[in-house]
Design a protein around this ligand. Structure first.
Ligand code: PLP
Length: 237
């Protein structure tokens, strides 16, 4: 038998995932239309990404500035582009204006640089505050007990618009633990949203290939899937 092409792998996965999202959404009293599926497209070539877009994918997220800039000219235009990887301040100028939202804002300094570049280009860039919900030394993001203060500061900065929170929880071998992290994020999200002093809080980005159904059940409204959609990556970045 011939090996399946990337396109066939995507087609099959996408159909299954769409059903699973609908079921998980229903469990949390919502419908699929409340959940945004963002395709995490690191290492995926532009032609496969374009196929995904023509199949119904509306949001894509890239991790590396260099890789994004290389693929960007070949990508279909009608898609929402996010940046989801760790971002160094000296690379900010290269992507502001090319993505509509940066999910990985992990410091006030980074928020200010994104704002500065956005103002220069006459635009407002949406951002999410990344939360280090598992208190992991190896990961970036604001510590949970510093998030409210960070949100206050970010929302004061002109040139960016804070649209919500993002997290990459620790890999859990135990479902209860996984749920604890997602619950913690949902609580923070609701707390910020309910304050009503920030006018654009709408996104809670959590859930990846191994745990997206759990994340949706816990209140996520944006999941970021790579492997589940495109198959295993040959290398990891
Ligand atoms: C790679 C990546 C994902 C998707 O990971 P999978 O486990 O392949 O679904 C989601 N979010 C971020 C920030 C990533 O870097």
């Amino acid at each position: 038998m011939m090996e399946k092409s990337s396109i066939e792998i995507f087609n099959q996965n996408y159909e299954e995932i769409t059903e699973k999202i609908a079921l998980a959404a229903e469990k949390s009293g919502r419908t699929s239309s409340d959940i945004t599926l963002l395709a995490a497209t690191k290492t995926v070539p532009a032609n496969v990404i374009n196929h995904a877009i023509s199949s119904g994918i509306t949001h894509i997220g890239e991790n590396r500035v260099q890789e994004f800039l290389q693929k960007e000219p070949d990508l279909t235009k009608n898609v929402h582009k996010h940046f989801i990887g760790h971002l160094q301040t000296n690379k900010v100028k290269d992507i502001v204006g090319k993505v509509e939202l940066i999910q990985s804002v992990d410091s006030i300094k980074l928020a200010k640089v994104i704002a500065e570049q956005s103002i220069k280009k006459g635009i407002i860039t949406e951002v999410l505050a990344e939360v280090n919900v598992g208190l992991e030394p190896s990961k970036s993001g604001f510590m949970p007990d510093a998030v409210l203060e960070a949100v206050d500061q970010i929302s004061e900065i002109k040139g960016i618009s804070l649209a919500g929170l993002m997290a990459i929880p620790p890999i859990c071998d135990n479902l209860q633990k996984n749920i604890q992290y997602f619950d913690k994020m949902y609580k923070l999200f609701v707390e910020i949203k309910d304050k009503k002093i920030y006018n654009n809080i709408k996104v809670l980005s959590m859930g990846m290939s191994d745990d997206y159904e759990t994340a949706i059940c816990c209140g996520s409204n944006m999941i970021r899937l790579g492997t589940a959609l495109f198959g295993r990556r040959n290398y990891n970045i």
